[in-house]
Ligand binder design. Structure first.
Ligand SMILES: CC(C)(COP(=O)(O)OP(=O)(O)OC[C@H]1O[C@@H](n2cnc3c(N)ncnc32)[C@H](O)[C@@H]1OP(=O)(O)O)[C@@H](O)C(=O)NCCC(=O)NCCS
Length: 160
């Protein structure tokens, strides 16, 4: 499954599953009805390096967005966000993309990566833990989950 840096034309292939994942309201602290222009800015705006995974026939099945999490003296701590098209979930794309992005972040000079808001009910938590991330703190009851009600948001960290 080829993983590569995105080009401008990829956005329209990312947007359908981006919208679906955010509209579900279970994993990201973004408005469920975020419009396309705002979504594009969140994912591909200035300072972000965007990646996509293609399957065998060139369909974009996943994307990641990498950026500095802070500025100035802390600018070498990265942040990344990941989305796999739900129609292609559970086939290893998330793990492969995460491993690729961790290596790219390290090569870009980042020394650590932080996830700011991992919903504590998200099955992705197991993936992040298996990749060496640890929970450094939890903001209790911060996220209004459509099925689980009020749940916490983990801040997760690993060195690169
Ligand atoms: C999280 C996400 C990127 C995982 O991508 P994926 O391609 O489905 O995951 P993989 O097939 O690579 O599985 C990786 C691991 O994650 C775990 N996992 C991921 N999703 C899971 C699910 N829905 N249920 C159970 N386990 C899951 C599995 O333990 C799996 O472990 P393994 O590699 O040892 O088998 C994808 O489900 C997604 O885009 N979710 C919505 C957005 C999101 O939550 N992003 C992360 C925000 S913190």
């Amino acid at each position: 499954m080829p993983i590569r840096d995105a080009h401008a034309g990829d956005w329209e292939r990312i947007w359908p599953f981006w919208r679906q994942i955010v509209a579900a309201g279970e994993t990201y602290a973004w408005d469920r009805d975020t419009g396309e222009a705002a979504a594009r800015e969140l994912w591909t705006g200035p300072g972000r390096r965007v990646f996509v995974t293609e399957d065998g026939d060139g369909t974009v099945v996943a994307s990641a967005s990498l950026k500095a999490n802070y500025g100035g003296p802390a600018a070498d701590v990265a942040n990344a966000a990941f989305m796999v098209d739900p129609a292609h979930g559970g086939h290893g794309h998330g793990r492969a993309l995460a491993e690729h992005v961790l290596a790219a972040a390290r090569a870009d000079g980042f020394r650590a990566m932080v996830f700011n808001a991992v919903v504590e009910t998200n099955p992705a938590l197991r993936l992040w833990t298996s990749l060496g991330f640890t929970v450094v703190g939890t903001v209790p009851d911060a996220f209004d989950h459509p099925r689980h009600g009020r749940v916490g948001l983990h801040v997760m960290h690993r060195t690169l």
